[in-house]
Design a protein around this ligand. Structure first.
Ligand code: CP
Length: 329
């Protein structure tokens, strides 16, 4: 049974296949390849793009989607093991997931990191429980650890712009934010770009390191694909000559470390036109959205010539259509 809860579930060869299918189908009439298929989606956290794009994929492909917002019109779901369920969580994943599996062909889940501790989040307990208890293929709609569909859409957006034939310089830069946001998006961009052989520069202030397991996995992909990864604590150096700039806010290793003065101190990491001018002349700007304007990214970048954020969001549809085809057909 195929799963897509993280990039390693898919594997590098099938990442190639999925991106190739996504590109090949992009300008063609919608194939009815998901006829009679039902996708179940369980959201523990809000979404605009992920929910809308997967619902559109199922509908355009001739199938349908069931959406459960856990705790909002459905029971609150418990994932912890061996607990006395005397709180407000009325149903355990041990029952809920196999029951949903009886009704759908694929089960997808969104469950963000709590952000209190990186090692705990990195364990990805809710996603792993879904995979364990499901009897159908599972997809991550963003878990504590990865957002694989976003990572695939990010690389499709870069590759349709540049047709890279050799290691393309791309920069993943930390951005300021008022909250300690999860690391799933930067993790997945790093893993996907490494899998596709990019020359990756990762820039962030000290104290905002990504998890060592993700860095190790990305290094192994880069070694296999001919890519490379380097790290910067100074944003300008990481941007110099870059062809694609990806800005994303993420938190430190523990939320206790995100003090207001830390964010104020690094306010100049917000992407502005001045920073984009340091990148290559034809550089593009990416962000997974939603984005806080003039905190993470200045209006002049999001509204400027560099921005591909709307194309990038559209590409969620195209890669997910190809992903479901790979998974089900
Ligand atoms: N990028 C992304 O996953 O968007 P949503 O949170 O709106 O789904």
């Amino acid at each position: 049974m195929k799963h897509a809860t993280r990039l390693s579930d898919i594997g590098l060869a099938d990442v190639d296949r999925i991106l190739a299918t996504a590109r090949a189908w992009k300008d063609k009439p919608h194939p009815k390849h998901l006829r009679e298929k039902i996708l179940g989606m369980v959201f523990f956290n809000p979404s605009l793009r992920t929910r809308a794009s997967f619902e559109a994929v199922m509908s355009r492909g001739g199938g349908s989607a069931i959406v459960i917002e856990a705790g909002s019109g459905s029971w609150k779901l418990e994932d912890r093991l061996n607990v006395v369920m005397d709180g407000d969580r009325a149903e355990h994943l041990k029952e809920a997931v196999p029951v949903l599996s009886r009704f759908v062909d694929v089960l997808a889940v969104r469950s963000f990191a709590h952000g209190a501790n990186d090692d705990v989040d990195h364990d990805d307990a809710v996603m792993r429980s879904f995979q364990q208890y499901a009897t159908v293929p599972t997809i991550s709609l963003e878990s504590a650890r990865e957002h694989p569909c976003q990572g695939l859409a990010d690389l499709l957006t870069i590759e349709e712009q540049f047709e890279p034939k050799c290691a393309l310089p791309v920069t993943l830069t930390w951005a300021p934010h008022i909250k300690p946001l999860p690391k799933a998006v930067p993790n997945s961009f790093l893993l996907s770009a490494a899998a596709r052989g990019c020359e990756i520069r990762v820039a962030h202030p000290k104290g905002f390191e990504l998890h060592p397991d993700i860095l190790g996995e990305a290094q192994s992909y880069a070694a296999a694909s001919g890519g490379s990864i380097s790290f910067f604590h100074e944003q300008d150096a990481a941007l110099s000559g870059s062809r694609a700039v990806y800005a994303k806010a993420w938190g430190p290793a523990t939320s206790a470390q995100l003090k207001p003065e830390v964010v104020r101190e690094h306010a100049d990491w917000m992407m502005t036109a001045r920073q984009m001018e340091r990148a290559a002349k034809d550089a593009i700007f990416l962000h997974c959205l939603p984005v806080r304007r003039n905190l993470e990214v200045a209006d002049e970048v999001l509204d400027g010539k560099w921005s591909r954020v709307i194309d990038q969001a559209e590409n969620r549809f195209h890669v997910q259509r190809a992903l479901l085809d790979w998974m089900l057909n």
